[in-house]
Ligand binder design. Structure first.
Ligand code: NDP
Length: 240
């Protein structure tokens, strides 16, 4: 029987590529989204992958979604915590709301989803969790105290949960993408983006498929000796 994967923020950008790669490899997939209903509708129409709307920052909403998915499709065996947002500003301009939204959506979401699936993974003796961090959680970034803290938190979260899951065949890894050509990066001013690309040894932005390739490697059944890692996928921009 095909394993069931849930990809948060799985209808656009990097998440979309992950959802599609999983489906193409024969996994059952449910893709989550929150705000962009039209993109989700198009995604499901084009890929045949069901899209489910809920806010990953909201524990009760995650709980309801996990219960619905388990009832409809079976136990969740793979979780890719990919949903993320930016609310950039330097510290003297950053509001508490900007800080909190980014922490809740990017980091607390990982707790919410993992907390809700871990018991089922433990009882089945199998689980694959991949958390999408960021190069900016490794290196920091001007104007992103909130985002860098959330992503850096993901890297610590991954190592701690990996230790807890190891004896039950639950692996927990993170990916730290560099700059990937998605809506999130298209929002960066062109002049800034040009400077960023100049610093990438490979000489281009990442593609969403570059990240999906790494997810597929980490979630394989026989990847059970790889846990607690953060894999950088950044074209050589930051060698951590
Ligand atoms: P996009 O902005 O293109 O897509 C973000 C996805 O997350 C969308 O599907 C969006 O749903 C979903 N999402 C946002 N907030 C919520 C929420 N509260 N609940 C549920 N879903 C939500 O982002 P990217 O594809 O660029 O980024 C994906 C991940 O990769 C993020 O965690 C990001 O931080 C990380 N990353 C991205 C990099 C890049 O260069 N692009 C670099 C390093 C890390 P909806 O469509 O409904 O808005």
């Amino acid at each position: 029987m095909a394993r069931l994967a849930v990809v948060t923020g799985g209808t656009r950008g990097i998440g979309r590529a992950i959802s599609v790669a999983l489906k193409n490899a024969g996994y059952k997939v449910v893709a989550n989204y929150f705000g962009n209903v039209e993109a989700a509708r198009q995604f499901s129409e084009e890929t045949g992958i069901p899209a489910m709307k809920w806010d990953v920052a909201d524990y009760a909403a995650c709980e309801a979604a996990v219960q619905t998915i388990a009832a409809e499709y079976g136990p969740i065996e793979i979780v890719v915590n990919n949903a993320g947002i930016t609310r950039d500003a330097t510290m003297h301009r950053m509001t508490y709301q900007m800080w909190n939204e980014v922490i809740q959506t990017n980091l607390t979401s990982c707790f919410n989803m993992c907390n809700l699936v871990i018991e089922s993974m433990r009882s089945h003796g199998f689980g694959r969790i991949v958390n999408i961090g960021s190069i900016n959680g490794q290196a920091g970034q001007y104007g992103q105290v909130n985002y860098a803290a959330a992503k850096s938190g993901i890297h610590g979260f991954t190592k701690a949960l990996a230790q807890e899951g190891a004896a039950k065949n639950i692996t927990v890894n993170a990916i730290a993408p560099g700059y990937v050509d998605t809506d999130m990066v298209r929002a960066v001013p062109p002049a800034v983006l040009e400077k960023i690309i100049a610093k990438i040894p490979v000489g281009r932005l990442g593609r969403a498929e570059d990240i999906a390739r790494c997810v597929m490697f980490l979630i394989a059944d026989d990847a059970d000796f790889i846990t607690g890692s953060t894999v950088s996928v950044n074209g050589g921009q930051h060698m951590y």
